[in-house]
Design a protein. Structure first.
Length: 261
């Protein structure tokens, strides 16, 4: 038996050349100022004094150039609890000192239903985020833990992400966390790395440029077309071909800002 995977170019287009243009935008603009722009991971500036420093290694630089960090927009200091009926819940340990109001935190942060947890006894929490990435040519994006950033206090669990083609299936991201040791609090401060995103291109040696893009009517309509599909079918990957057939040719339109004023 032979198995193979083929990564095809978007129908009717030629393989791209030069840097791959990846766009990002916030699908909800309310209080959007609290969300940090994605940043390229860079350690090349850490040590410039020695030519053999690891931060100058071409392989290290090439890898880091393909990772972008997304930072936490507000402080999280949470305790896992169960209510009087035994249902999973969270308590904000910052209490009245919390920078985010309780009702807003509850809008953004949820515990998955216990029967949907991947492992028995390991709660899954989900932080909804407005970050959405888009490309006009075949690009697979992976969301992974921020493994190149050191945390003085390790998280009491693991982050899990995913991999999908952002040219045909752009969708708002979320931060999903499996609370393995829920006897310990979950603490993430504003500005701490939440996760990385990295991009696979064709051919693989092409560089990646990430820019904020405008939410044109075509982009809004396409997002509306594919949004919420997960609520109706189990395998949304089966819808990729149908989505591509109805996708406008161009969706990436970089934001133009005049900073001279």
């Amino acid at each position: 038996m032979q198995l193979s995977v083929r990564f095809e170019n978007t129908q009717g287009t030629e393989p791209g050349k030069g840097p791959v243009q990846v766009g990002w935008f916030l699908n909800q603009m309310k209080a959007g100022i609290v969300y940090f722009p994605p940043e390229r991971v860079r350690s090349v500036d850490m040590n410039k004094t020695h030519a053999k420093s690891a931060s100058r290694c071409p392989a290290v630089i090439n890898m880091e150039s393909r990772y972008f960090v997304v930072r936490c927009p507000f402080d999280l200091n949470l305790e896992f609890v169960r209510d009087k009926d035994g249902k999973p819940a969270m308590r904000n340990l910052n209490g009245d000192r919390s920078g985010i109001r309780g009702n807003k935190l509850r809008e953004k942060l949820h515990i998955a239903a216990e029967h949907e947890w991947r492992y028995p006894g390991v709660p899954t929490i989900q932080l909804e985020l407005p970050y959405t990435f888009i490309a006009d040519e075949p690009v697979y994006m992976s969301q992974v833990a921020p493994f190149m950033h050191y945390a003085k206090t390790p998280l009491p669990g693991t982050i899990f992400g995913g991999r999908f083609p952002i040219n045909v299936w752009p969708r708002p991201l979320m931060w999903a966390f499996e609370w393995v040791d829920h006897t310990k609090p979950l603490v993430v401060n504003r500005g701490d790395p939440l996760f990385y995103v990295t991009f696979e291109t064709m051919p693989q040696d092409r560089s990646v440029v990430v820019q904020e893009v405008e939410q044109t009517e075509d982009l809004k309509n396409y997002m509306e077309l594919i949004s919420g599909a997960v609520n109706y079918v189990n395998q949304t990957f089966s819808l990729f071909e149908a989505a591509e057939a109805r996708r406008p040719k161009k969706l990436v339109c970089p934001v133009k800002r005049d900073r001279s004023e």
